[in-house]
Design a protein around this ligand. Structure first.
Ligand code: ZN
Length: 133
């Protein structure tokens, strides 16, 4: 079952520069930084209430984030919805004919299992389903 919005992913070119921009807006004190090798991204996240804002930059040119920025520019990349069981969520969505980018959950930042739905099935919005491990 989808429980909440866990985070909003924002695609950025320069992680440190973006941290400064967002720090200036939100005055947060701590930022969690992490490289997710499998997704080819560096992530910097901070809390706004219950929701994380995840600034995400590519680690190389073949990263999906690099391709996104090339196509659409920097900005909101995805909305992540937290589930208590991501794989059963994916099964349910598949049975409703919703296209998935990942058929099964993968390793994400913050020790989460994640999976993306295809934007062609979600009105152009890239959505992620995630679950705390
Ligand atoms: Zn995410």
């Amino acid at each position: 079952m989808i429980k909440s919005i866990n985070h909003i992913g924002i695609a950025v070119k320069d992680l440190d520069k973006s941290i400064e921009i967002f720090k200036n807006i939100f005055n947060f004190e701590s930022v969690h930084k992490e490289v997710v090798e499998k997704q080819k991204v560096s992530v910097a996240s901070f809390e706004v209430g219950e929701v994380l804002i995840e600034l995400t930059s590519p680690t190389d040119d073949t990263s999906p984030i690099a391709k996104f920025i090339e196509k659409k520019g920097e900005g909101i990349h995805h909305i992540a919805f937290e589930s208590d069981d991501v794989n059963s969520e994916l099964e349910g969505l598949k049975s409703k004919g919703i296209s998935l980018i990942n058929d099964t959950a993968q390793e994400g930042a913050h020790n989460m299992l994640i999976s993306f739905l295809h934007p062609k099935s979600t009105n152009g919005v890239l959505m992620e389903i995630c679950q705390k491990k």
